[in-house]
Structures are given as structure tokens and as C-alpha cells.
Design a protein around this ligand. Structure first.
Ligand SMILES: O=P(O)(O)OC[C@H]1O[C@](O)(COP(=O)(O)O)[C@@H](O)[C@@H]1O
Ligand SMILES: [Mg+2]
Ligand SMILES: [Mg+2]
Length: 335
């Protein structure tokens, strides 16, 4: 039972029995993510003081300029997970291919794979706007002890056993689900401990905030254009307020607390949108559904999409259930 101000460590132990395959391995995995989050938080907080702002001069598999903090966060999460030998594979936005992690203990081969967006909202790093980390966890489908394969990562989002994000904002929070609701923990930086501050988070059924990069308006499908016009109309509880931070984690977090919808649709510039199915949309969709919200590609639930590539992109409509349903109504008019 969630108790306000319970520490994350206590919460993990007290809720371990909820896990379908509870052997303590998933608890250790969440604990490792907690540790890596604190390490990255420390770096993010002093970003301006040390030389970790700006780009490294390389591009990742998506063709995006890698920021120094993208690379640092990637290293910290991968190292923390590898060192603890609690996963058998890792995939990351910043790695072309998945990484196999072998356990030296022959008797104890691990059963979980983790997919991460080590630093979400990279365009906001240098301008001191909140950024995040996103993670998604699956039980492998190939036999334990055998080499990990792409198949272990290309699972529909419905198979996730846990998902969450860290938000490095005015405060640092870790928000996650293991399929039993969504809970948020705030870091007390003075003692380095996460405390349960947001038990059982719920998306309001509807809201008054829409989040979309309207700079792409002219390139959007007609259904999206019509929905944006609908949000701006002077009628009933509208116009809604436009809020777009440009960090998926931060826009999602705000909308989950206040009620709202986030859209990153496809466009004539990006045929499948921008966001990546496996380590951005699936984990956020799992959290959304666990918090009573909704997430789709405009037509189909994100969690029911069968992935085909590690870094594939999908159009993303996510947030308060009634708002996503309304946006889908507009999309269906033109389908
Ligand atoms: O600048 P745009 O095109 O609006 O894109 C912003 C979106 O892209 C992202 O930054 C993509 O994530 P990364 O920063 O992890 O690449 C999202 O966080 C954000 O919502
Ligand atoms: Mg991202
Ligand atoms: Mg990223």
C-alpha cells in the first residue's frame, strides 16, 4: 500500500510481491535505474559549470547531433546496468544496435531487457529547460541463458513489465509503473533519497492544455490541423491553452497532473513523426494507460503496435482520454 513520503527503496521492497515473476530481479533493476538517475541528476544540475553543454560533434543512428549530456547519460545508465548484471540486454537511442550483457554467473542468467532514451529533450539542455530520461523494461522472449536477439526488444508495448521516466526539472522526480498504477517520487537532493510525493497518479479525464509544435502546422495532416483549430475555437470550455516545452517527459508530466494532450503527428516532413516507438512512445503510453489516460498513433493504441525496427518512429497522440478520443475523431474523418 503506497504511503506518502515512503522512500523509493521501501516502496520497491514492499511492492515486490505485485510482480508476476517476483524474484527480486526487477526490484534490483528499478534500484539500478534509481542510482543512475541520481548520478545523471548530479551532472545535469551543474551542467553550466563544467564542460558538458553543447554537442560532441557526432551524430547518432537517427542522424541527430549528439549532445554531450546525451552521451554522458547514455554511458552512466549503461554502465550502472552492466555493472549490476541484472539485465541480459540494453537498447538505447544513442546506440546503433542493442548491447548484450552476459552474466558471469553461469547459474544465474538474467531475464530482463531495458530500452532507454538516456536524455530526452536534448534541444533544451543548453537553455536550462527541464529534460528527462525514459526507460522501458521487458522480460526476454528467447530462452534464458541463450544469446539475446533483436526479438527480445521488438515486443509490443503491452508486454512491458515496467516503464517510467526521470524528470530533471525544478525538482527531480522518478515516475514509474509495474502495471499496478503510476507513482511519482521526488528526490531530496540534500540526502539523495527519493520519497513518494505523488502516489497513484491519474490523468484527468479531460483538460485544457494542448501541446504540439505548431511551427509544423502547414505540414500536418488535415485531421491534425482541424483538431488544432478545434482547440483554439471560442466555444464551450475552449480555447485551450497552448503549452509546449519541447521535452516529451516534461510536457507529458504536466499534462498528467493538469489534464492535457501531447501530439507529435506525422507530417509532410516526417512521414512517421519524430518520436521513437520503443524507448519514447511505448513507455509513455504504458504510463498513460496505467494512469487512466490514452495513447495512440491517431488510429491504433500505441501498445498494440508490433515493432519492426529498434529505432522506428510513430505518430504520437497521448494524454487525457477524452482529448485523445476527440483528436482521433478528427483523424478518422480523413482516413
Ligand atoms: O523540436 P521538436 O521537433 O518539436 O521536437 C521536440 C521533441 O523531440 C524530443 O526532444 C525527442 O527526444 P530526444 O531529445 O530524446 O531526441 C522530445 O523530447 C520532444 O518532445
Ligand atoms: Mg526523447
Ligand atoms: Mg534522447
Amino acid at each position: 500500500m503506497a504511503r506518502k513520503n515512503q522512500t523509493l527503496g521501501e516502496f520497491i521492497i514492499e511492492n515486490q510481491s505485485e510482480f508476476k515473476y517476483s524474484s527480486g530481479e526487477l526490484s534490483k533493476l528499478i534500484n539500478a535505474i534509481r542510482l543512475a538517475a541520481k548520478v545523471v541528476n548530479h551532472e545535469v544540475n551543474k551542467a553550466g559549470l563544467v564542460d558538458i553543454l553543447g554537442a560532441v560533434g557526432d551524430t547518432n543512428v537517427q542522424g541527430e547531433d549528439q549532445q554531450k549530456l546525451d552521451v554522458l547519460a547514455n554511458e552512466k545508465f549503461i554502465q550502472t546496468l552492466k555493472n549490476r548484471e541484472i539485465v541480459c540486454g540494453i537498447a538505447s537511442e544513442e546506440e546503433d544496435d542493442f548491447i548484450e550483457v552476459n552474466s558471469h554467473d553461469e547459474q544465474h542468467q538474467n531475464k530482463y531487457v531495458v530500452l532507454i532514451d538516456p536524455l530526452d529533450g536534448s534541444s533544451n539542455i543548453d537553455v536550462n529547460v527541464s529534460v528527462g530520461t525514459i526507460f522501458s523494461i521487458y522480460r526476454r522472449v528467447t530462452p534464458i541463458g541463450s544469446p539475446v536477439t533483436l526479438e527480445d526488444f521488438l515486443q509490443p508495448g503491452r508486454n512491458q513489465v515496467a516503464a517510467g521516466y526521470v524528470i530533471y526539472g525544478t525538482s527531480t522526480m522518478l515516475v514509474y509503473t509495474t502495471g499496478h498504477g503510476v507513482n511519482g517520487f521526488t528526490l531530496n537532493p540534500a540526502i539523495g533519497t527519493f520519497y513518494l510525493s505523488h502516489p497513484n497518479m491519474q490523468f484527468p479525464e479531460t483538460g485544457q492544455i494542448y501541446s504540439v509544435n505548431e511551427g509544423n502546422y502547414s505540414h500536418f495532416p488535415q485531421g491534425v490541423k482541424d483538431y488544432i483549430k478545434y482547440c483554439q475555437m471560442e466555444e464551450e470550455d475552449r480555447p485551450y491553452t497552448s503549452r509546449y516545452i519541447g521535452s516529451l517527459v516534461s510536457d507529458f508530466h504536466r499534462n498528467m497532473i493538469k489534464g492535457g494532450i501531447y501530439l507529435y503527428p506525422k507530417s509532410s516532413k516526417a512521414s512517421e513523426g519524430k518520436l521513437r516507438l520503443l524507448y519514447e512512445c511505448n513507455p509513455m503510453a504504458y504510463l498513460a494507460e496505467q494512469a487512466g489516460g490514452k495513447a495512440s498513433n491517431g488510429f491504433k493504441a500505441i501498445l498494440d503496435i508490433q515493432p519492426s525496427e529498434l529505432h522506428q518512429r510513430v505518430p504520437f497522440f497521448c494524454g487525457s482520454r477524452k482529448m485523445v478520443e476527440k483528436a482521433e475523431e478528427f483523424m478518422k474523418i480523413y482516413s
